[in-house]
Ligand binder design. Sequence first.
Ligand SMILES: *[C@@H]1O[C@H](CO)[C@@H](O)[C@H](O)[C@H]1NC(C)=O
Length: 486
Amino acid sequence: MLGSLKLVLYLAIIYVCKATEEDVLELTDSDFSTVIAQHDTALVMFYAPWCGHCKRIKPEYAVAAGVLKDDDPPVALAKVDCTEAGKSTCEKFSVSGYPTLKIFRKGELSQEYNGPRESNGIVKFMRAQVGPSSKELTTLASYEAWLAKDEVVVIGYFEKDSELKSEFLKNADKMREEITFGHTSAEEVLKKAGFKDNVVLYRPKRLSNKFEDSSVVYNGEGSLKAFIKENYHGLVGVRQKETLADFTSPLVVAYYDLDWTKNPKGTNYWRNRVLKVAKELPEVTFAVSDKDDFVHELNDYGIDFARGDKPVVAGKDIEGNKFVMSAEFSIENIIAFTKDLLDGKLEPFIKSEPVPEKNDGPVKVAVGKNFKELVTDSGRDALVEFYAPWCGHCQKLTPIWEELGEKLKDEEVDIVKIDATTNDWPKSLYEVSGFPTIYWKPKDSSKKPVRYNGGRALEDFIKYVADNASSDLKGFDRKGAKKDEL
Ligand SMILES: *[C@@H]1O[C@H](CO)[C@@H](O)[C@H](O)[C@H]1NC(C)=O
């Protein structure tokens, strides 16, 4: 009995996948121009079957295609295989990496697509490319269809033109790529809703719960934008890669399998528990995240895999220190963990390679666990390289760094390197984007580290250090010339 139920479910899932996959138009060199010309707006993905990023975006793309083809106005989603049947089309549009996404209008290339790569994001982004930023809902039916969307929807009710209305339309223009807006002046709608000059934010139905209202009315306090931002995620937001910045510290996140399509009950079961905690501790941001989408982040917390069925809970304090709840998932344990986090009672997790036993080479090796001692609190100047083992520019720098360390070994300056892929460091002080990233850390701890943007030749580094060192170097003058050569 259970077996056959499983089979039915399994078939149903296959059916859903197949159905949506079919919504993506597969185009070739022979039909590309004719088919694309038939659509007012089309998004085209140029891909290669072997490319990993393409495989990852594929299911998201298919879901978005299913939604957007029935939209008003509709948007077609198509794909072209650049290795086989679509080779010359890809050449024609100078496709050089995979996947490349481009927007076409009435058959003409319009612009590159630089939007999100998950289904919801693709839908919102493409919707924003067509039609007005807020849809005018002129009938009860169109209004109800807008409300039935399982996403955050902001609706403006305006009996007549008003200050609020122009404010609403202005915000819709600015936020159209992230949020779905609608507005109405239709009498039947206003009567049904009971609003005359109001803006209301509706939360997705699948997230409805007994701890917060499913809609919030803007009361005119603060800006409309702030109101939307504040209420968008609710008490316990679904934290995704696209919305990371919305979730400020102190932050506590439950990581588990989030799946509102196949397992809505289970997914809400855990979230409801976090909601209960959030209700009690309003000073903390709470969220849930999908454990597969956030494997990297979990690794950063020292968690290689999420054990068992219960969510893993981890968090950050305002300084960015990371904490992992060691106790099992339960309301009481999360409350205790969060309170301890706020009170500074927990030992932070620091990602680190083992501290090197000997560290007396020309280049000092920093790791997560010795960074404070070796760099932050060393009481010496330091030039610190953040590198990744696989990065070519870093490898090129390695011998120069060694030589620099050698030349400065008798000076009050440390030449340091840290593998940024396997260690933590104070991220608020050293922002690392791209490798290698180099920082000058002055001896005086009241001065902030400064990013080094100069050349990468030995002389460039020596000149920089000689000029910026807290006290004169022994071997070089302030201009970086060797003293014994003077
Ligand atoms: C010393 O540091 C400052 C600040 O980073 C920089 O602008 C300057 O170029 C440095 N001196 C040399 C010679 O590179």
